[in-house]
Design a protein around this ligand. Structure first.
Ligand SMILES: [Zn+2]
Length: 354
């Protein structure tokens, strides 16, 4: 099969590798139809993280090709979506809804091969995969733009809102205008926030959020964001703040937006965020929580809402490229000319199931 292959900073190509095979009775092999490129894929691509060479990607939808003998929830031919990590669905943490902390958690492109590929092996398939209510042949690029963000960025943004404790009537401030930040703003509005204000540095990205009815504030790195918020919010800070960048400056800015007794969630993976002054938390009575989204916990509801027309995050994807142009997709996201890219993967072989 063909897979996108990372071979060092700035180097992605498509190459031939061995097909994945079933190794455990709970495994499923999926023919991937659409795969996303994630902001986190770019850390290695930009040389900011020392990532080993190999297949890459962790966001996908596809069609079941082959099932292990103990798989009960899907049959060959079914359309499926997967969260950005797999999990067993049975351990203590999974039963608590914290699938990202599963005792048997694993990542595509790490414990198993990556998702920007023609096929993938899915461990614990009954627990990991969510069946889609569409026939695979009916999932076109337009529908894929609504579905692929649910695997990771929209789940991560939603988790930020949950960690921040967003509820009815809250004023919510979101720091970061990437796909996760925009997702956190959309999720906060869905949960019932009265007012959602997104702070970001790129006008093109803020305009995507504005399409969803989100208020936006264009900032520069040197801005005092708390002053900007006070200026538009009756001199008051935010009830809930969601930090979606992961850099010290964004973290400090986000903390400065929390009203006394308010709370903050952070889902930007911290890179060099070393300072969290206890007195700052103490003086402001701030509650703070961060973590990796249990995407599987949210995924069924997202799919149901998308099918019912209550959720449409297709604006997060600005292009759907053919698989052979995956390197151009990485470059477009790395240069900032694209917010998020999906690749369309048409397997060269017909599925064995039907
Ligand atoms: Zn588990």
């Amino acid at each position: 099969m063909l897979t996108a292959w990372f071979s060092g900073a700035g180097r992605i190509d498509v190459r031939e590798v061995d097909d994945p095979v079933i190794v455990d009775p709970l495994d499923v092999i999926v023919d991937i139809t659409f795969a996303g490129i994630c902001g986190s894929d770019l850390w290695g691509y930009r040389g900011l993280l020392n990532r080993p060479a190999g297949s890459t990607g962790h966001e996908f939808i596809g069609r079941v090709r082959e099932i292990g003998r103990d798989v009960r929830s899907v049959v060959p031919g079914d359309s499926v979506i997967a969260p950005f990590v797999y999990s067993d669905g049975t351990c203590t943490e999974c039963r608590r809804g914290l699938h990202s902390h599963c005792a048997n958690v694993g990542r595509w492109g790490k414990e198993v091969s990556g998702a920007q590929a023609e096929r993938i092996r899915v461990p614990y398939a009954d627990a990991t995969l969510v069946k889609l209510p569409w026939d695979s042949s009916d999932i076109d690029a337009e529908l894929a733009r609504k579905l692929v963000p649910l695997t990771d960025v929209f789940a991560t943004g939603t988790h930020g809102a949950v960690l921040a404790g967003v509820g009815d009537g809250d004023v919510v401030a979101v720091v970061g205008d990437g796909a996760v930040g925009i997702s956190a703003a959309i999720a906060s509005a869905r949960i019932g926030a009265e007012r959602v204000i997104l702070f970001g540095e790129q006008i093109s990205r803020l305009s995507v959020a504005a399409e969803h009815g989100i208020e936006t504030v264009l900032i520069t790195r040197d801005d005092d964001v708390s002053e900007r918020l006070r200026a538009i919010n009756d001199d008051v800070l935010a009830d809930r703040v969601i930090e979606c960048v992961g850099l010290q400056s964004a973290f400090d800015g986000a903390l400065s937006l929390v009203r006394p007794g308010g709370s903050m969630g952070f889902v930007g993976v911290p890179h060099g965020v070393d300072e969290l002054a206890p007195m700052r938390i103490f003086d402001n009575e701030t509650r703070i929580a961060g973590g990796v989204a249990p995407a599987r916990h949210y995924l069924e509801q997202f799919v149901e809402d998308t099918a019912a027309g209550r959720l449409d995050v297709s604006t997060l994807i600005d292009s759907v490229l053919p698989f052979e142009e995956v390197a151009a997709g990485y470059e477009a996201m790395s240069s900032g000319s694209a917010l998020k890219v999906v690749v369309s993967i048409a397997s060269r072989e017909t599925p064995t199931g039907r």
